[in-house]
Design a protein around this ligand. Structure first.
Ligand SMILES: [Zn+2]
Length: 245
């Protein structure tokens, strides 16, 4: 006997980085299990790896390589996926850290009241940043960049800033252009690209720094209101782990 197959609805959204339309299906119990296991590990790399696996399973559009997507696209797609698969509202719980006014003979005490906040995943949108991937070097010459992938970002070493920016740039060049031609990085040798980047002036390096630091980010501000002690705070959520409490 062959059992009927369950039809899973298909949705679509646009990638932040390129505006390309992506079709995806909701994830099933099989994929939910995968994600829950990873989430328990509380290790960001493991969580992102399982998210990538779930995305690979659920993205229906051909030619989308999850490994090549920048982290903000991965996070955004995953929020969309989770919203249609599990539900768009996530219940977050925070402990109130407000220190209560103490009486004379008492020790300092925190409020510790648990405050629940409902977060609608569909309200998390990328911070509006101008997406300009061109680094102009002279009037007629410049670089068109790609956003770094998650794996590449992990390698970024803030202590060796200049070296790190050079390495990241070499891996993130899409193409170099001048008035005559376009030179794709995939057709060039790595040493050639390193030479090219190292021959730029310091002011161009600043432009590259700006490019990397102005990458789109998924952020959401929440209002924390404690009904027990009246404490109020704005909480800024950033990064996928924070959207799941
Ligand atoms: Zn409180």
């Amino acid at each position: 006997m062959s059992l009927p197959k369950i039809d899973v609805p298909v949705y679509s959204t646009k990638l932040i980085s390129t505006g390309k339309t992506v079709k995806y299906r909701a994830f099933t119990v099989k994929e939910e299990k995968l994600f829950l296991m990873a989430n328990e590990s509380e290790d960001v790399d493991t969580v992102i790896d399982s998210i990538k696996q779930v995305l690979n399973n659920c993205i229906m559009t051909k030619g989308i390589d999850v490994e090549e997507l920048p982290l903000f696209d991965i996070e955004y797609l995953f929020l969309k996926l989770r919203a249609v698969s599990v539900g768009e509202v996530v219940n977050l719980r925070y402990k109130c850290n407000n220190i209560l006014p103490k009486l004379d003979d008492e020790e300092e005490k925190k409020c510790n009241h648990i405050v629940e906040i409902d977060l609608n995943l569909n309200e998390i949108t990328p911070e509006s940043v101008k997406i300009d991937k061109t680094i102009q070097i002279t009037d007629t010459m410049g670089i068109s960049m790609k956003y770094p992938t998650f794996d590449l970002l992990k390698e970024f070493d803030a202590d060796q800033e200049v070296d790190s920016i050079i390495k990241m740039t070499v891996k993130c060049i899409d193409f170099i252009y001048d008035k005559d031609s376009v030179y794709y990085a995939k057709d060039a040798k790595e040493e050639e690209l390193i030479d090219f980047v190292e021959s730029m002036q310091t002011k161009d390096l600043e432009k590259l720094k700006d490019f990397f630091s102005s990458m789109p980010k998924l952020k959401k501000q929440l209002d924390f209101n404690c009904v027990k002690c009246g404490y109020q705070e704005k909480i800024e959520l950033e990064g996928i782990q924070n959207f799941f409490g």
